[in-house]
Design a protein around this ligand. Structure first.
Ligand SMILES: Cc1cc2nc3c(=O)[nH]c(=O)nc-3n(C[C@H](O)[C@H](O)[C@H](O)COP(=O)(O)OP(=O)(O)OC[C@H]3O[C@@H](n4cnc5c(N)ncnc54)[C@H](O)[C@@H]3O)c2cc1C
Length: 461
């Protein structure tokens, strides 16, 4: 006797939704995705993919700006062709969304372009008038930029990051409000692209949630590049005139610029999807509460991605979505391990982290040996003219097992993989130290840090 196919309904076609849909289809389920704005979600269309594409151009500008030091005569100052820059970014995002749509289509997954919501046990309805009956529902509706009263984006002078790509120019004087990951990435990118950037941080330093050594290094790099970094400053309001913006701080100080980019956090898109009516618990900020296998408070309803407010990363959204499908379709499943997530801040240099943090070590929550190996002594870094960066490793004092690390370097997002593998596989500093790294290479600093950790006895640390 063949069992009936499980029916899965997914609200949202970002990484949380579409990766889950692919897993469910491969496991033989009958899958419907309801998505309002385009497959790939905000990740592909407005957030991660466009910002990383912009940053690739800013990296090229950084290289051009260093070309004289590298022995290249460019014959003039490189400038940005804004129309081409933004066109390239939006084309890339659309192409990535189309690739995902083609894959989803090839797997036989039904896609409904509409807003959807929960409307009863095992039921989703769409604004286009369709009703989908499902054995399990996954909510993956993502999040959207938070705005503050008195500084509402107008899409022309006061902008969210989603509106940047509609500009026709590179802002002359860009004020970035918020110095978290998004603010720091855009401030860094636009400074390289030729904007005069002022970064407004409400805390004493940029990237207040990140490794302090890494954040201090980045702030120093920002300042050396000519960026104006204002610490302990909170924007109260932003007003526009014909030619620019004025940001008023809570202490009464005003800052003028041509454009203002607001990066003050995200709010979940859970307000009008029937969570309250159908018993799906949310926290005080509206994020859906889930356990480590993505279950919500309602049996048969799962949630994944930014709408759960866990680590707001595409990789985490995708994994939560896959786990939900493995769980509901009866596959063996490991609960998500957020402590093993590798993440990168795409400044220049990049900051990549995995595993335990310096903050947890300093607070006594984790006992670890720490070793910080500056990049300045790395031969490959010298050849390329990089001097800012380091590799930091944390190991267990008793066993030498790698507990985590921080890499600050160009392409740290690639270099962190060695530390991630070590963490996941419970390798020791000795295992890493005995691993061949290419000579010369930046990854040589990872194995060198591991070797230095082995030199220490507990008494010397
Ligand atoms: C500027 C920026 C840069 C980033 N860079 C990175 C990065 O480098 N690496 C990384 O890992 N992460 C990055 N992120 C985070 C990443 O973009 C998110 O974690 C990811 O998009 C979350 O995926 P998701 O599926 O939860 O939501 P989304 O990608 O937001 O997708 C949700 C989808 O659901 C749809 N939807 C919403 N409501 C409904 C409804 N009622 N009915 C139907 N459809 C609906 C939306 O239209 C959207 O298509 C970045 C974020 C920002 C803001």
């Amino acid at each position: 006797m063949t069992l009936p196919r499980q029916r899965i309904a997914i609200l949202g076609g970002g990484p949380g939704g579409y990766e889950a849909a692919l897993v469910a289809a491969q496991l033989g389920a009958d899958v419907t995705v309801v998505d309002s704005d385009g497959l790939g979600g905000a990740c592909v269309l407005t957030d991660c993919v466009p910002s990383k594409s912009l940053i690739e151009t800013s990296n090229a500008m950084n290289l051009l700006n260093r070309s004289i030091d590298l022995g290249i005569a460019t014959g003039g100052l490189a400038t940005v062709n804004a129309a081409r820059l933004y066109e390239r970014i939006t084309d890339l995002a659309r192409a990535q969304s189309a690739d995902i749509a083609a894959r989803i289509n090839a797997e036989g997954i039904k896609v409904i372009k509409s807003h959807g919501k929960l409307s009863g046990p095992g039921t989703v309805t769409t604004e286009t008038g369709e009703t989908i009956k499902a054995d399990a529902i996954l909510i993956a509706t993502g999040a959207m930029p938070r705005t503050i009263p008195g500084a509402e984006p107008d899409g022309e002078r006061i902008l969210t990051w989603r509106q940047l790509y509609d500009l026709t120019e590179v802002p002359r004087d860009l004020i970035v409000v918020g110095s978290g990951v998004t603010g720091a990435e855009f401030a860094c990118a636009y400074q390289a692209l030729g904007s005069r950037v002022t970064l407004i941080s409400s805390r004493d330093r940029v990237l207040p949630q990140e490794d302090e050594d890494a954040a201090n290094l980045i702030e120093d790099v920002f300042k050396r590049s000519g960026m104006h970094v204002l610490g302990h400053s909170r924007a109260q309001s932003v007003s526009t005139s014909q030619n620019g913006v004025t940001v008023t701080l809570t202490d009464g100080q005003t800052i003028r610029g041509s454009h203002c980019l607001m990066t003050v956090g995200m709010i979940p898109r859970t307000g009008s999807i029937g969570c309250d009516e159908h018993g799906v618990k949310t926290d005080k900020n509206g994020f859906i509460e889930v356990d480590r296998v993505s279950r919500t408070s309602v049996p048969g309803v799962y949630a994944a991605g930014d709408c759960t407010g866990k680590l707001m990363l595409a990789s985490v959204a995708a994994m939560q979505g896959r786990i939900a499908m493995w769980h509901t379709l009866g596959e063996a499943v490991h609960p998500i391990r957020l402590g093993h997530v590798a993440a990168t801040i795409f400044t220049n240099p990049e900051i990549a982290t995995v595993g335990v943090s310096q903050r947890a070590v300093d607070a006594g929550e984790v006992t670890a040996r720490t070793l910080k190996q500056p990049l300045g002594t790395n031969p490959r870094a010298k050849m390329a003219g990089f001097r800012d960066g380091f590799v930091k490793l944390f190991t267990s004092p008793g066993t030498g097992v790698i507990l985590g690390g921080v890499v600050v370097a160009p392409r740290a997002s690639e270099l962190i993989l060695a530390v991630s593998v070590a963490l996941e596989q419970r390798l020791t500093a000795e295992d890493l130290a005995q691993t061949f790294a290419v000579y010369p290479s930046l990854s040589g600093s990872v194995t060198e840090a591991a070797r230095k950790l082995m030199e220490f006895t507990p008494d010397t640390l």
